[in-house]
Design a protein. Structure first.
Length: 435
């Protein structure tokens, strides 16, 4: 390999190396050093091999070379990196847009004439400085996307996603069409000016669009965080109030217990056993209706659990719970939605059946690789036989019947699943959350 060919390979590979490193930094990586480094080096070596082959066979001045490299980078991001799938497809396509511009610069700097100056020969010594400047521009482009786009792109609806896909594709089409047009007119100076202006305007529009999308995503996320903060604030207020009321009830009960125990002792000494038993029974019922406020190392879990226990008590539901995992790997908003929907569905059903059948339990159990949240409640008859799809029975279906969908979305978000069972007059909903 002579020096000139080595320079050609280096100039072409620098651009591909910047692309693959940018994608590595932009997206989340899998756990484990080997799972990160080996795919990155493998992709870089494949791109180097294609660059060498493309340079030797003069393929680097053809759009097919950039199409092949774009496919490789897309495969790398979709298979070996983490993050939203549509972004792992769209971002490499968007990055390839500037590659098309790079291709145009490469072809023009090799065509034998200076851009915009018809018939003026381009010295070969200027080719590499021109490509070097193109690499700098490319690096700046990648830095802008990395600086303002990492983790901040948030698609709010299908139209945004569609636009995010179509805009880069249109840009690629514009770049390729511009290149073909320049070739067809043998790089006429006047046509170069017009085509360059069109290409630059298109690139500016894309950058403005990206900026607006990212800004819109940030504003949407800020509003969501604010709404969750207000939701938590209201939840904590309700939890504090219900806990305070329960503490007052326990204090009164504690005082009454002393009087009851003294009365029971007096009745036993007098031989009034039936009356003593009656007082013990009434005291036992009073104790069973009271609950101890939940207190774990997760204040959000405490708050929502205390609110739901208060709801169960107000509906005269015998509710038990067991907490072996405080769900600290979940977002606060997801914890609130998960526990609230599980318990509210059970409480709403139990409130409609006879009081002696109102039994429910909530179990949060921890396993090695996952956490299982199980809500069980007694049923008067088969729920799945009457309503297998668990559709809401309320008239206003636009405002109700969203609980099961919310639970499914939360399980999916944490790579888990939702399991619904009926057994021995017990209806159970289990949500699996991967750790």
């Amino acid at each position: 390999m002579n020096v000139g060919l080595a320079f050609e390979v280096a100039a072409n590979f620098i651009q591909q190396a910047m692309s693959i490193v940018f994608l590595y930094l932009f997206f989340d990586k899998p756990n484990g050093k080997a799972k990160r480094v080996i795919p990155l080096l493998s992709a870089a070596l494949i791109l180097l091999a294609i660059t060498i082959y493309g340079t030797v066979s003069a393929l680097t001045s053809n759009y097919l070379y950039y199409l092949i490299t774009a496919v490789i980078t897309i495969l790398y991001t979709t298979v070996f990196l983490r993050g939203k799938l549509y972004l792992r497809i769209i971002i490499p396509i968007a990055v390839s847009n500037i590659s098309i511009a790079y291709l145009t610069v490469s072809v023009m700097s090799s065509s034998g004439t200076l851009p915009f100056v018809q018939g003026v020969a381009l010295p070969q010594s200027l080719r590499y400085p021109v490509l070097f400047v193109a690499d700098i521009i490319y690096a700046v482009f990648l830095f802008i996307i990395f600086r303002f786009g990492k983790g901040k792109i948030n698609m709010r609806n299908k139209s945004d996603i569609l636009a995010f896909i179509i805009i880069p594709l249109i840009t690629c089409t514009v770049g390729l069409t511009a290149l073909m047009l320049l070739k067809s007119v043998d790089f006429d100076g006047t046509v170069q000016v017009y085509v360059t202006v069109i290409a630059l305007c298109t690139a500016v529009m894309v950058m403005i669009f990206w900026y607006l999308m990212i800004k819109s995503g940030k504003e949407s996320q800020t509003k969501t965080d604010l709404m969750l903060s207000r939701q938590r604030e209201e939840l904590y207020k309700s939890s504090v109030l219900s806990t305070h009321e329960q503490i007052e009830k326990i204090s009164v009960m504690k005082h009454d217990m002393k009087s009851n125990m003294m009365s029971v002792g007096m009745l036993i000494s007098q031989g009034e056993y039936e009356k003593a038993i009656a007082i013990c029974d009434s005291t036992g019922k009073a104790l069973s209706t009271a609950y101890t406020p939940v207190h774990t190392d997760n204040p959000t879990l405490n708050a929502i659990m205390n609110v739901e226990l208060e709801k169960a008590q107000s509906n005269e539901i015998n509710c038990t719970y067991e907490i072996a995992d405080t769900l600290k790997n979940m977002r606060d908003g997801d914890i609130i939605s998960l526990i609230a929907n599980l318990c509210d569905n059970a409480i709403e059903y139990l409130a409609q059946i006879p009081q002696e059948q109102r039994q429910m339990s909530l179990l949060i159990r921890s396993y090695k690789s996952y956490c299982k949240i199980v809500c069980k409640n007694s049923i008067a008859s088969s729920v799945l036989a009457e309503n297998p799809n668990l559709n809401t029975t309320k008239d206003d279906k636009t405002l109700h019947g969203k609980g099961m969908d919310i639970l499914r979305n939360i399980a999916k978000k944490y790579s888990g699943e939702i399991i619904i069972n009926e057994n021995d007059n017990q209806f159970s909903v289990s949500v699996i959350i991967m750790n």
